[in-house]
Design a protein around this ligand. Structure first.
Ligand code: MF3
Ligand code: CO
Ligand code: CO
Length: 254
């Protein structure tokens, strides 16, 4: 069942989502060669807690840290640790989810560490375009399948593949709610969007094959061919005439 948020619930979704977005902005200055993903986790954790919220990933189904840090061939759900020290040329996704006033807000971004290759830059750039094109499909009466259709089309036009094993999701009082938002598919299929729905769009785009492998830690998802993967994520509200991106900072909202 897809929940429809009331006006008051939407206000609370805005607040938690805004905090998730400002956490991502805050962490950017610390992303440099020599820093470990463990340190980045701690900085995000402290920032979220200082702002009166709880980091949703921490202890979620046993996840041991406060954010996900996914480096290079890691598709998603990377676990921050001391051994992963950033080096020049890496791409790093940080996925932040905050729990504030009983609501979750979820956003992620792939960052460049120092100077990255043209190949990596283009993958990250196209992945961002995929997310934004997916977001632009959101409107009442539209279908969830419209989102995946455009994402798949753009990714394939550049010779990239789209991860199918993980998808976007409804979000609100629960971290993961209905509907599932797959990042491939056909126009006009899937649930019909209605004002008050809130869900994420978070395409994972690979340079090589779309297939995934989960490491022995039970969380870290990598590409089967160990080629690069990038991701971006926003939490979106279906409005009366289109969409609102909830995971923007105050300054980014017009
Ligand atoms: N934030 C991720 C998402 O976009 C989920 C992370 S679950 C965790 O859905 F347990 F790995 F944190
Ligand atoms: Co998400
Ligand atoms: Co996320």
């Amino acid at each position: 069942m897809i929940s429809i948020k009331s006006k008051r619930e939407i206000e609370l979704m805005r607040a938690t989502s805004r905090l998730a977005a400002s956490t991502l902005e805050y962490i950017e200055q610390f992303i440099k060669p020599g820093v470990s993903t463990e340190e980045l986790n701690q900085i995000c954790h402290d920032y979220i807690v200082k702002n009166g919220a709880y980091p949703s990933p921490l202890n979620y189904h046993g996840f041991p840290k406060s954010v996900c840090t996914s480096l290079n061939e890691v598709i998603c759900h990377g676990i921050p640790n001391k051994k992963d020290v950033l080096k020049d040329g890496d791409i790093l996704n940080i996925d932040v989810t905050t729990y504030l006033n009983k609501f979750h807000g979820d956003t992620n971004k792939t960052f460049f560490v120092g100077n990255v290759s043209e190949e990596a830059k283009k993958l990250v750039d196209v992945t961002y375009q995929c997310m934004m094109a997916g977001i632009e499909q959101v409107k009442p009466g539209g279908h969830i399948g419209d989102i995946g259709a455009v994402i798949e089309e753009i990714a394939h036009s550049h010779g990239y593949t789209v991860v199918e094993d993980y998808c976007g999701h409804g979000i609100g009082r629960e971290f993961h709610e209905d509907p599932q938002v797959v990042h491939v598919g056909k126009r006009g299929t899937g649930a019909v969007m209605k004002p008050g729905m809130t869900f994420t769009i978070e395409p994972m785009i690979n340079l090589g094959v779309k297939h995934c492998k989960v490491l022995k830690d039970g969380w870290t998802v990598i590409t089967k061919d160990k080629k690069l993967s990038a991701q971006f994520e926003h939490t979106i509200l279906v409005t009366d005439d289109g969409y609102e991106i909830l995971t923007l900072r105050e300054e980014e909202k017009k």
